[in-house]
Design a protein around this ligand. Structure first.
Ligand code: NAD
Length: 297
């Protein structure tokens, strides 16, 4: 029997686990606050930001939002980040990526106060994670670890293959999987666009994390019987639907389900976890700033 992991349910558990801590912090005068910044008129980015704001409202985090015109000067964005860094009511800052071409993305990541960097992309936080002392784990890889835990997937000693080497998914999940830490200790291979024989690698894996951004790249015949398959991909493909498209993952779900022991669907797998872990990091940031200890789920 294949287990289809319900990311919405696991994410709801994380949110439930955060609510009490949020009230503890609020009672101590430190209700967590998350500021989102959008410098884009891309509808997908707008949707992501509004979902994050809705999530905040739902659990009792103070959400605030700043919107800048995509053609505004880059300095406007850096001034906004500086203001949010200085604002004691803001514990987490999220600048929605991508930013326009005239803005230096790396400078944006460096501009955010590392203690408010709830995305976990500031070089200081990346370094701390790699060194085995994470402050904020990036939301998508952290969410993947929570999904693995929810399904009782043993990572210790497992052979894992990560497909993709991006800074936001591939590299950080690889780092977390190889850490000498709970939900780590996996022997991990990273595959990417120059990998010679992807199927030969994935067929050896107990755990496959697919984060390539290529629709249905990983098919059932590329999997070992009983493998755990985490599908990070979110790809719009043309379809005869009202919107004219549908969302598919980087895994061909139907064939993969025949071989996998555990598999995440798209949508409803990793996506909701990414959102939940952003709330988690915001609550952690507020607790550290206020020096109020709390339990995190
Ligand atoms: P990216 O484009 O930055 O990186 C893709 C990586 O895949 C690259 O490292 C590339 O080398 C590798 N790759 C591309 N084609 C390949 C192939 N044929 N074989 C092997 N490797 C290949 O993408 P990203 O930002 O890491 O995102 C990956 C996917 O995950 C996208 O579909 C994105 O929308 C999705 N995503 C989902 C969430 C979520 O919360 N569900 C979060 C982030 C990204």
């Amino acid at each position: 029997m294949t287990t289809v992991l319900d990311g919405n349910a696991v994410a709801a558990d994380v949110r439930d686990g955060l609510r009490e801590s949020i009230e503890t912090l609020a009672d101590a005068g430190a209700r967590p606050g998350l500021a989102t910044v959008l410098m884009s008129d891309d509808p997908a980015s707008e949707t992501y930001v509004s979902m994050k704001q809705r999530d905040c409202e739902e659990v009792g985090i103070d959400g605030s939002h700043v919107e800048l015109a995509p053609d505004a000067p880059a300095e406007d964005l850096f001034d906004t980040v500086a203001d949010l860094n200085a604002d004691p009511a803001v514990h987490g800052i999220l600048v929605q990526m991508p930013v326009p071409d005239h803005v230096d993305k790396r400078r944006v990541l460096r501009a955010i106060d590392p203690a408010k960097d709830v995305d976990g992309f500031h070089p200081e936080n990346v370094g701390r994670m790699v060194a085995g002392d994470p402050r904020f784990k990036p939301c998508t890889p952290h969410g993947i670890q929570k999904l693995l835990a929810a399904a009782d997937v043993e990572t210790e000693g497992a052979d894992a293959v990560v497909v993709g080497r991006s800074d936001i998914v591939g590299k950080p999940i690889t780092n977390l999987l190889i850490q000498k830490a709970p939900l780590g200790n996996a022997t991990t291979t990273v595959c990417h666009s120059r990998t010679r024989d992807l199927a030969a690698k994935t067929r050896e894996a107990d755990i496959v994390v697919a984060a390539a951004g290529v629709p249905e790249l990983v098919t059932g015949d590329m999997l070992k019987e009983g493998a755990t398959v985490i599908d990070v991909g979110v790809n719009r493909v043309e379809a005869d639907t009202e919107k004219g498209y549908e969302l598919v993952g980087d895994v061909e779900f139907e064939s993969a389900k025949e071989r996998a022991g555990v598999i995440t669907p798209v949508p409803g797998g990793v996506g909701p976890m990414t959102r939940a872990m952003l709330l988690y990091n915001t609550v952690k940031a507020a607790s550290e700033r206020a020096d109020v200890p709390i339990d995190l789920p």
